[in-house]
Design a protein around this ligand. Structure first.
Ligand code: MGD
Ligand code: MGD
Ligand code: MO
Length: 833
């Protein structure tokens, strides 16, 4: 989230799109309700009439997978009706930047300039800006970048600042604004309503209502989740929300932002922590074999020419110092070579990994706190892949479908040689630690009870394994032992593994060369209060630069209650729900990211009742921790247009050259779709991932005419291991169902409560039919399209509420930027049993 839960109360208009927040994120309802009490309007855009839709002011049905058409139409509407926030867009975004003369979009082919059909990838050269002039870093003594040439800092050639050409009148045909205007002129109300299967008048009402937040003093917030992300263009859906909020001046303001309602407990922490194929902790990119094989290359490629990310070498060297401690020195590139390097191929994302198991390349698998035999797309293929493993380790609370995959109804245990180890993990209540909510708040949780039987906290299981592995390497050597034996591992208190020294490591501290004492009760050195204090010369260590400050009280390093993370002061001095002393929000306890953009070019807030930061004429008032350079060398910095300092432009990107699949969002149909693409000449995103795998077995609408989407219900949790063990929840939601319209049920001769078979090329499941007016057929391009919806919580494991695995149906294809699977739109057929 750019903003946070309590901030939803400040919005004038709330749009829930691609989320069912009332069911899946019940706490959000409280803050949305507060906004409604103050007169806000709530819009829900969803293919089915959800419990959120039931509570909203406006419900707008949308055919799954057509959100970019919806957003494109909204951009067009905003530009046509001149509803964009002029001062904001002109000064704080790249609207005025001129694009390369070679930049183009071909409507007939449905591709942007630079596409290579053979590799299905883009060369993004022509998506960059025209360059006005260049500047270099001043690394001389006393210069702004003197640190980059200081002793101990890895050698690298600093990047050159390419100052973009701009046209502040926004008239130049190559400027981003004109290119956007042209691109989205095709997205008129008639075409969009035909693509999305929406009523045109309702669509216009939704557009007018949301676009009203373009007024400088108004704010609109977007709540989104899986309905946006789980598509082969999910990342472009997210870009669309960013563009929309920028056009309306809704980024950085109270009651605004792009707000991902996140999922698994601590999924925010998990992504921060680098549980991602491409990112290491703190969203720094992992080294790659092809782009950043050395620390020098990493610093040269990853360091931005301007803006805050000019500091990246400080973050990466401090991270290496935490990983490798004393073994990391400037002479060995701080141990950079010991880090694994991501190869161009093969692909180790989730979908790619199962393919590698099928091929026998991956032979062993740690399956820790997840249940892919149930949750991954094309799940029967996942089970077959696992049967190819030599060994499998499952660490979980319960015996999941993955822990007993060989007992699946479609498996023959006699044919499977995989050795399966089950490690019982302690429940959340049985261990202390930190968990983050969607609003980036870090909060400490105390242990309530001792773990049951043999169960252990995950970090204790890791410690047992790690220590044994290191011992073996030390004793026996082996291939490339350095990364293992040189890793610093001193997270103990009184000789026992403990999350508090891990907190010191994440927060960062002065590295003074004394090796940490593995039984010490306090860090030897000073904990840092800001990542501005991190150094690139090996004198600081920090595992997670974005968290610095959350655990910085040097007087009580072992007491979470005395740290920002454990602070529980509910004061709300502004009345805006910022609650600055309740927990800690990364970065630097900033509650609303990009908050410089809440004030105009003179530093005057757009809305005097919602002041986050304000320039008094002499200095900046900061109700929230400012997301900009407010003071330099002790002197206040007067307002300027640098409202987005995490980009080198320091202006936000309406057009972005950073995406793999296009500089502007363009509508394509889902990989399996019931309709033709009406927006351009290409049916699917040109860059869909994994389509070439044989296991995908793409279906066609002539055989499988019904579109389906999948979702959760409030009574169960994902694959159900945590909820199908609870009798009361099973009573409330006992079995798997498919929701279908009255019209489709009549066509198929199916009655409410009857058993049906839902099938496609990848699998078939037997479920109960739930015939309901909550789904209505869509009219797309003049034709009737049926869509149904299914939950995905049930499986064969466990004693109660068992059922078929719905994830045997979705295709194992993904988004080219982040590999997320397309769970939210694919094809099936349905028949009565
Ligand atoms: N009780 C409970 N709470 C949960 C979970 C749970 O299993 N149970 N899961 C947690 C997890 S891990 C996550 S990630 C979150 C998920 O949170 P949500 O994303 O809110 O959960 P879903 O139920 O998948 O809801 C997505 C909504 O998107 C709609 N939708 C489907 N396709 C499209 C589309 O193409 N466009 C649009 N606009 N909408 C579409 C669906 O109809 C559905 O209402 O919830 C978390 N909270
Ligand atoms: N069709 C369809 N499929 C989907 C989705 C969808 O919307 N539609 N949603 C997708 C999404 S958003 C997600 S996040 C995934 C979820 O996919 P999974 O993560 O595979 O599903 P969960 O059931 O949440 O599995 C988490 C497991 O971790 C265990 N666990 C809980 N706490 C701990 C702990 O502290 N330690 C250990 N070791 N184990 C623990 C639980 O018992 C549970 O078995 O599913 C995805 N699959
Ligand atoms: Mo999730």
């Amino acid at each position: 989230m750019t903003n946070h839960y309590c901030d939803m109360q400040n919005a004038d208009v709330i749009m829930t799109i691609g989320s069912n927040n009332v069911e899946n994120h019940p706490v959000s309802s409280k803050w949305v309700q507060k906004a409604l009490d103050r007169g806000a309007t709530w819009i829900v855009v969803d293919p089915r009439y959800t419990r959120s839709a039931e509570m909203a002011d406006i419900y707008c049905p949308i055919r799954s997978g057509t959100d970019i058409a919806f957003y494109g139409g909204l951009f067009n509407y905003i530009i046509e009706h001149d509803l964009w926030q002029h001062e904001y867009v002109l000064n704080y975004t790249n609207a005025s930047y001129l694009l390369d003369e070679q930049y183009s979009f071909d409507v007939n082919e449905g591709i942007f300039s630079g596409f290579n059909e053979e590799t299905a990838t883009y060369d993004n050269h022509s998506w960059h800006y025209q360059v006005e002039s260049t500047k270099t870093w001043d690394t001389s003594e006393g210069g702004a970048y003197a640190w980059a040439a200081a002793p101990g800092v890895p050698e690298f050639t600093p990047p050159t600042v390419e100052v973009p050409k701009r046209d502040m009148t926004l008239q130049d045909p190559m400027c981003v604004f004109q290119q956007m205007k042209k691109h989205y002129s095709r997205y008129d109300l008639d075409t969009v309503s035909s693509v999305c299967g929406m009523d045109k008048d309702l669509l216009e009402k939704v557009y007018a209502t949301y676009a009203s937040t373009g007024a400088p003093d108004k704010s609109g917030t977007i709540l989104y989740a899986l309905g946006q992300t789980q598509h082969t263009y999910g990342a472009q859906n997210c870009r669309s929300m960013g563009i929309l909020q920028l056009l309306l001046g809704n980024v950085g303001v109270a009651g605004g932002g792009v707000n991902a309602l996140r999922g698994e407990p601590n999924v925010q922490g998990a992504t921060d922590m680098g549980m991602l194929v491409a990112n290491q902790p703190g969203y720094l990119n992992w080294p790659t074999e092809y782009g950043t094989p050395s620390l020098r290359k990493w610093c040269e490629k990853e360091t931005y020419s301007d803006g805050y990310y000019t500091n990246k070498p400080k973050f990466v060297v401090s991270a290496l110092k935490e990983w490798f401690g004393d073994a990391a020195t400037v002479d060995n590139d701080y141990g950079y070579d010991w880090w694994p390097k991501v190869p161009k191929s093969p692909d180790y994302s989730i979908i790619g990994s199962f393919e590698l198991m099928s091929q026998g390349v991956i032979k062993g698998y740690f399956n820790w706190g997840m249940n892919p035999c149930h949750s991954a797309p094309n799940a029967s293929n996942v089970r077959k892949a696992m049967a190819n493993l030599d060994w499998l380790v499952v660490a979980d609370w319960v015996e999941t479908e993955s822990a007993c995959f060989w007992k699946a109804p479609d498996m023959n245990p006699a044919d499977i040689d995989t050795t399966v180890y089950f490690l019982p993990a302690a429940l959340i209540y049985e261990k202390p630690g930190i968990i983050l909510n969607s609003g980036r708040w870090l909060q400490w949780r105390y242990q309530a009870v001792e773990p049951w039987d043999e169960a252990k906290p995950d970090y204790e299981i890791c410690d047992v394994l790690w220590t044994a592995i290191v011992d073996l390497y030390k004793k026996e050597g082996g291939v490339a032992p350095e990364p293992i034996v040189n890793t610093k591992w001193d997270y103990y208190v009184d000789g026992k593994i403990d999350p508090r020294p891990v907190a010191w490591a994440l927060n960062g501290y002065v590295y003074d060369g004394t090796e940490c004492d593995t039984t010490s009760a306090a860090p030897k050195t000073e904990l840092l209060s800001s990542f501005a204090n991190l150094k690139a010369d090996g004198s600081t260590a920090c595992g997670m630069w974005i968290y610095t400050g959350f655990w910085a009280n040097n007087d009580a390093p072992l007491d979470p209650a005395e740290q920002a993370v454990g602070s529980r002061v509910a004061d709300d001095p502004t009345g805006l729900g910022l609650h600055p002393k309740w927990s800690f929000a990364w970065p630097l306890n900033r509650r609303i990211i990009y908050n410089r953009a809440s004030a105009d070019m003179q530093g005057k807030p757009w809305n005097p009742d919602r002041v986050l930061v304000e320039w008094t004429g002499e200095k900046w008032v900061q109700n929230d921790v400012g997301d900009f350079v407010a003071v330099s060398n002790g002197t206040p910095v007067p307002p300027n247009d640098k409202a987005f300092m995490m980009l080198w432009e320091q202006n936000a990107r309406l057009e972005s050259y950073g995406m793999g699949d296009g500089p502007l969002p363009e509508h394509y149909e889902p990989f399996e779709s019931p309709s033709d693409n009406q927006m351009n000449g290409r049916q699917n995103s040109p860059c869909v991932r994994f389509a070439e795998f044989e296991s995908v077995k793409r279906g066609d609408r002539s055989e499988f005419p019904i579109a389906v989407t999948t979702y959760s219900v409030t009574e169960h949790w994902q694959t159900g291991g945590q909820t199908r063990t609870c009798p009361a929840l099973n009573e409330a939601m006992p079995q798997q169902f498919v929701e279908m319209s009255l019209e489709l049920a009549e066509e198929k001769g199916i009655k409410n409560g009857e058993k049906v078979r839902v099938r496609n090329n990848r699998g078939e499941v037997e479920v109960m039919a739930l015939v309901t007016p909550r789904f209505k057929p869509f009219t797309v391009n003049g034709e009737t399209v049926h869509q149904v919806g299914m939950t995905h919580h049930f499986g064969w494991a466990g004693e109660y509420a068992t059922g078929d695995i719905v994830n045997d149906l979705p295709p194992n294809v993904g988004d080219p930027n982040c590999w997320v699977p397309e769970y939210k739109a694919f094809l099936v057929d349905i028949e009565k049993i």
